[in-house]
Every structure is written in C-alpha cells, then in structure tokens.
Design a binder for this molecule. Sequence first.
Ligand SMILES: Nc1ncnc2c1ncn2[C@@H]1O[C@H](COP(=O)(O)OP(=O)(O)OP(=O)(O)O)[C@@H](O)[C@H]1O
Ligand SMILES: [Mg+2]
Length: 294
Amino acid sequence: MQKSVSIEQPVMDNMQPAKSIMVQSSKDTDFEFTGTVGNIAAANPRMVTRNVDVFYGEKQAIFDVSLDIGTNEVIAMIGPSGCGKSTFIRCLNRMNDTIESCKVSGEIRLDDKSIYRKKQDVVQLRARVGMVFQKPNPFPKSVYDNVAYGVRIHGLASNKMELEEIVVSSLRRAGLWDEVKDRLDAPGTSLSGGQQQRLCIARTIAVNPEVILMDEPCSALDPIATARIEELIDELRENYTIAIVTHSMQQAARVSQRTAYFHLGYLVEVGETSQVFTNPAHKLTEDYITGRFG
Ligand SMILES: Nc1ncnc2c1ncn2[C@@H]1O[C@H](COP(=O)(O)OP(=O)(O)OP(=O)(O)O)[C@@H](O)[C@H]1O
Ligand SMILES: [Mg+2]
C-alpha cells in the first residue's frame, strides 16, 4: 500500500459526494478525503449507518462512514488489507464489543432502531444479524447440535420435532443436507473445510436472521467449495440481506449488487457493482480494482 496518497477528482462527475459527510483529513497520513463518491443510500434500507467512527485505543480505524445496507441485497465490501472492512462489518452486530480497546461512535440502526441503544439485547441482535467468519468455526459438537444450538438458546422450537424440522431445513438451505444426512451425529469438525463453512451458514440461518455478515467466507476454500458458497449466497438473497467482505474482485462482481470500496478507514466509493467494476468513479477505486495497489 502506498504511504501517502493524493486523491484526484472523481473521473465521473455525475456521482456527487454524499452530502452528509464532512471533508476530513487523517492524522497519521497525508491522505485527504473529500467525501464518499456515489450513493450511500439504499432504496429500501435494512440497516442504516451514519458518521461511524471506530477507535482501537487511540488509533482510529474507521472515519465517518455512512452507508445503507439494502433489504435483500448483497453488498460487497472491498479494499486493501487493513482498510477497515472487518472492523466496519463487526460494528453491524456489535461484534466489536468483544474487543476491549474498541470504541464505536455514530449511528447504526437496524429497522430504524439504534443497535447501540441501552435496551438492545446483544444476544438477540446477533441472532438478527448473524455472522460467518473467514475460518469455519464449528462448535465442538455434532453436526446436528451445531445447527440446533442457537435454536435451543433462543427457544425457537417448542418441541423435538420442531427442532428437527428447523435443523433439517437449515441444512437443506445451506446446501449441505445430502452430504451430512447420514452423519448428523458426527462432530462438526470432522467435515471438510467447505462443508464446515456451509455448516456455519446453516447454524447462522437456523435462528432466522435478517442480515448475514460474511467476512471473507471463502478465503480458506477451494474453487469448487467457493462456487457452492457463491451459489448459496445468491439463493439466500431472496430471504436475507447480506454484507460480504472479500479480497476477490471476481467474487464481489459475481455475488453482489452493490460494492463499497474502503481505503485507510474511509469509505471512498459505493455504487452498483457493475458500475464500480466497469466504470469506477474514483481514482483510488480504479487503482485497486485494476491491481495497481492493494
Ligand atoms: N483488535 C484490534 N486491536 C487493535 N487494532 C486493530 C484490531 N483489529 C484491527 N485493528 C486495526 O484496525 C485497522 C483495520 O483493520 P481491519 O481488520 O478492520 O482491516 P481489514 O480491511 O479487514 O483487513 P484485512 O483485509 O487484512 O482483513 C488496521 O489498522 C488494524 O491494524
Ligand atoms: Mg479483515
């Protein structure tokens, strides 16, 4: 990554910087920020973030980010390593609460209610806004119990039969049922990496979330398992809203409808995925997607 970056004017002038964002400059580099290019708003937002700053101790990792996550859309978050993609999506279900030094400010709303309000039940929030991590992390339990776990905790099934129905349908929707139906009692960790990732997706959808956050869900998978997960993301979009962080430009282009480009903690550009990849409005986005840095 370049140490100092000077941003030129956007190459397309019909994309106005979002009005709500103040012009800022970062303290530790001479990177100058003149506002996010593109439309930060979604027609039918499921989550709304405004003026989000995130600090780890003294160090600021996210600067004044405002972005909507639209209902039933897949939004891809891209950008060079360390630009704050994981930090930003972890704000969306308060996963950053688990990091002691991390402080989040600004507004983050789910269906018009602040997720940082005092009365917010964080366990409930994480059921509504589920998360799939880079490395599949099945619990040290059977395949069945991995999926049943959250359903039991949240009391979503009133008897054994209902629980079984939820487990089976979640495994089916995650595209894993045929591969595991004869080994539901086997440890989740005995599955292959791609199967474990689909198991984690089944576990996430079993509690009926509204939003699914995925942080590089395919980075440890081979191309076949990756293709399977990408297909799944496309199917899941019918019922869920998905924010996915990826280092693969091809993946972002294949699975998402909108793309957000982050740079040094700033949201530099957001737009329709086809526009961002074929006609990026910002020079930094263009440099990144054409492989000039990052
Ligand atoms: N737990 C933490 N404590 C302190 N600093 C952190 C922590 N996690 C991330 N950071 C810092 O915040 C910044 C953004 O990191 P983040 O992990 O969000 O980037 P990223 O875009 O997800 O990178 P990558 O593509 O490598 O996953 C980096 O400077 C990083 O060093
Ligand atoms: Mg990351």
